[in-house]
Ligand binder design. Structure first.
Ligand code: FEO
Length: 173
């Protein structure tokens, strides 16, 4: 049973937030591709796929309870790219924002003893730590390499090898 209206509303909003994340990362990839950085673009295209997967998980969770998912418009990305570093920093900032959203749903679910939702969210709580660590590592590496002659080229080559792997998590096995 999923009966608390506030929790249901937050879960509905999270579907949109995850698809917005995908859209934001596609906007990063869009700029990076045109700037001749296909490896960085590849990284964010795969991030976008992950976000779509996250959005679908929240949809699956609502569907498992017979709830029709709201699909309002996805906002245009609220970010003006300046350079690579601005993208990397916005990526980390955005993941920190998403972590706060997930934690807020968790808090509300816990308050009404909705342990099924907190259990489902445990995967996302851990996933957000990973997302933030990866985003921070990208910044750290970029800051180390950016002033060396071919540092950005090397980083771009490395990021080009990232491949999409669907995470091993599902709402109902
Ligand atoms: Fe859906 Fe990047 O967290």
């Amino acid at each position: 049973m999923l009966t608390n209206e506030k929790v249901i509303k937050l879960l509905q909003e999270q579907v949109n937030a995850e698809f917005y994340s995908a859209y934001l990362y596609l906007s990063f990839a869009n700029w990076l591709e045109v700037e001749g950085l296909p490896g960085f673009a590849n990284f964010y295209k795969i991030q976008a796929k992950e976000e779509q997967f996250h959005g679908e998980l929240f949809m699956d969770y609502l569907h498992a309870h017979g709830i029709l998912v709201d699909l309002p418009a996805i906002d245009a990305p609220d970010f003006k790219v300046k350079d690579i570093e601005s993208i990397l920093r916005e990526g980390l900032k955005h993941e920190q924002h998403v972590t706060a959203l997930i934690h807020n749903i968790y808090k509300e679910a816990l308050a009404v003893h909705d342990f099924r939702t907190t259990e489902m969210l445990n995967w996302f709580v851990k996933e957000q730590l990973e997302e933030e660590v990866v985003a921070q590592e990208l910044i750290d590496k970029f800051m180390l390499l950016k002033d060396s002659g071919n540092g950005i080229y090397i980083m771009d080559q490395e990021l080009a090898s990232r491949e999409w792997e669907e995470p091993e998590f599902s709402i109902v096995d």
